[in-house]
Design a protein around this ligand. Structure first.
Ligand code: KG4
Length: 338
C-alpha cells in the first residue's frame, strides 16, 4: 500500500506545503514573505500574519500540483519546532485542523531533522540516497552543528557553536559592509570576484568539534575599521576581496572541525544542510574535501537548503512508517537541540 504525506512548514518566514508518496516528491510549494525586507530581519508578528494569509492557497496549490485531493492523504506532517512560536502555531494548528477534518493522523517534525533527512527525498524512483551512518554539517542562520546520523531517529550532535552560527557570521559581517539582510547570498556573489587571500581574519582555537564565529566577526570589524581610517572608500574599493576572504575563513573553520569529526567517527559519507549549505564556496569545499578522502558527499539541491515542506513530508514519511504519530494536544516549541 502506498503512503502519501502532506508536509507543512511555517517555522520562520516561508510558508510551504509539499506532497510525498513513498518517499518520492510530487509537489513542493513555497511562498516567501517579502513583508520583512524593509526591516532588515524577520518581524515575528508580521510573519505569523503572512502565514495565515498564505497557508490555505499554498496547501491547495501543493495538492493541485501533486494531482491529488485531500482525501488521498494518509497523514499530515508539520514542523513543530524550533522556530518562531507565532509562525509555528499557524502551521501546527492548520495541520491538526485539517487532519481532524480528514480523520487521518498527524506527525510532528523537528525542523532540523527535516534538513538532515532532505537528502532522502527522491525526485525519481532510482535516485540514490545516503547510507547510515553519515555525518551532517548543519549550517544555518541559527545553528552550526556537526551531527552523527545513525538512523532517521538517532541523530547525535557531536559539535555545535558556542556563540554565533555560521549564517550569523555571514550576515553580521555583510552588515558591516552595508549589504542588505540576509547578507550570506551577497557575500557569496561578491566572493566569486575577489581574492580569498587578500585579508587574514581570526580563527578560533576551541577543543573538540564545537564552532565559534564571534572572534571572526570582531576581527572582520577591526580590519574594516582600521582600513577606513586610511581610506574612507575602503569598503567600496575592496568589497569582493573582503567577501572572498571572509568566505574562505568561514569555510576553513567549518572544514577543520568536520575533518576532525569524520576522522574520529570513521564515517564514509558526509552531508551538508541548512541555509548556509547554499553557499557556492561551502559546496565546492565539501565536495573537494570528500573527493580527496574518497568519501561520498551529499550536497542538497539549493531548493532544499532553504525552509521547505518537502523535507518535513520526508521526515514525516519516516515516522509514519514506524507508527510515530503525535497527539493533537502537542504544542509547538521555539528552541530545541536535535
Ligand atoms: O536555514 P536558513 O534558511 O534559516 C535559518 O537559519 O533559520 O538559513 C538562513 C541563513 C542566513 O544566515 C543566510 O545569510 C544564509 O543562510 N545563507 C547563505 C547563503 N544563502 C543563505 N550564506 C552564505 N551563502 C549563501 N549563498
Amino acid at each position: 500500500m502506498s503512503i502519501t504525506i502532506l508536509g507543512i512548514e511555517s517555522s520562520c518566514d516561508d510558508t510551504s506545503a509539499a506532497v510525498i508518496t513513498d518517499g518520492i516528491l510530487r509537489s513542493n510549494v513555497i511562498a516567501s514573505q517579502k513583508v520583512h525586507e524593509a526591516f532588515g530581519g524577520v518581524v515575528p508578528e508580521l510573519a505569523s500574519r503572512a502565514h495565515q494569509q498564505n497557508i490555505v492557497p499554498v496547501v491547495s496549490e501543493a495538492l493541485r500540483q501533486a494531482e491529488i485531493s485531500a482525501s488521498d492523504l494518509d497523514a499530515i506532517a508539520f514542523t513543530r519546532g524550533p522556530g518562531l512560536l507565532g509562525s509555528l502555531l499557524v502551521g501546527t494548528s492548520f495541520a491538526k485542523g485539517m487532519a481532524i477534518g480528514l480523520n487521518i493522523p498527524t506527525v510532528d517534525v523537528n525542523h532540523l531533522h527535516g534538513h538532515v533527512l532532505s537528502h532522502f527525498i527522491k525526485e525519481t524512483e532510482d535516485q540514490e540516497v545516503p547510507e547510515f551512518p553519515f555525518i551532517c554539517l548543519l549550517i544555518s542562520g541559527g545553528n552550526s552543528q556537526i551531527i552523527l546520523v545513525n538512523s532517521p531517529f538517532d541523530m547525535k550532535i557531536i559539535g555545535s557553536t558556542i556563540d554565533d552560527a555560521a549564517g550569523e557570521a555571514f550576515d553580521k559581517c555583510a552588515k558591516v559592509m552595508g549589504l542588505p539582510y540576509p547578507g550570506g547570498p551577497h557575500i557569496d556573489r561578491l566572493a566569486a570576484e575577489g581574492d580569498p587571500d587578500a585579508f587574514k581574519f581570526a580563527k578560533p582555537h576551541i577543543p573538540d568539534y564545537d564552532y565559534s564565529f564571534s572572534g571572526l566577526k570582531t576581527s572582520f570589524l577591526y580590519t574594516v575599521r582600521d582600513n577606513l581610517k586610511i581610506d574612507p572608500d575602503f569598503i567600496q574599493n575592496r568589497m569582493p576581496d573582503l567577501a572572498a576572504s571572509l568566505q574562505k575563513t568561514i569555510i576553513d573553520i567549518l572544514i577543520d572541525k568536520l575533518n576532525k569529526a569524520v576522522k574520529h567517527y570513521k564515517v564514509k559519507q558526509v552531508a551538508i544542510g541548512g541555509g548556509v549549505s547554499a553557499n557556492s564556496g561551502v559546496r565546492k569545499a565539501v565536495d573537494e574535501y570528500c573527493r580527496r578522502r574518497d568519501l561520498k558527499a551529499w550536497i542538497p539541491k539549493r531548493s532544499y537548503t532553504t525552509d521547505n515542506a518537502a523535507m518535513v513530508a520526508m521526515a514525516g514519511y519516516f515516522k509514519f512508517k514506524e507508527g510515530m504519530f503525535c497527539t493533537l494536544d502537542l504544542p509547538p516549541y521555539s528552541k530545541v537541540e536535535v
